[in-house]
Design a protein around this ligand. Structure first.
Ligand SMILES: [Zn+2]
Length: 117
């Protein structure tokens, strides 16, 4: 991987680490204050959804931090298992991956084998 490509990934991860703007609390957003049952149900659902999204965001922040660490250490794009270069097209799709396609498939095969036995 050349420095331009590396820099592009670095920018991508740094962008992911930027704090997202906090939306001001909306009036009547507390489910206990909403009288209509339907409204309350959809509000609760919305809150659950944003909860899931926050958890997902927390995970993506962690993997972005780890990836930035690998960029600094010079090991970004190198498979943790076999130490070969990870295919760039694979990194484009899944920038935080630490395995090349062969090792990833090998791991999936093993976990399937474990599940069967
Ligand atoms: Zn590998």
């Amino acid at each position: 991987m050349n420095t331009i490509q590396l820099k592009r990934f670095k920018t991508l991860f740094e962008y992911q680490l930027q704090p997202s703007e906090q939306l001001p609390p909306q009036e009547g957003s507390d489910p206990s204050e909403v009288q209509d049952d339907l409204d309350r149900a959809s509000l609760i659902q919305e809150q659950l959804l944003s909860d899931t999204m926050q958890k997902r965001k927390a995970v993506s922040i962690l993997s972005a931090k780890a990836a930035l660490g690998r960029i600094r250490a010079g090991t970004f794009g190198i498979c943790e298992e076999c130490e070969n270069e990870i295919d760039l097209r694979r990194l484009e799709i899944q920038p935080t991956t630490v395995f090349c396609i062969q090792c990833q498939e090998e791991q999936e095969r093993q976990s399937r084998f474990m599940a069967v036995s």
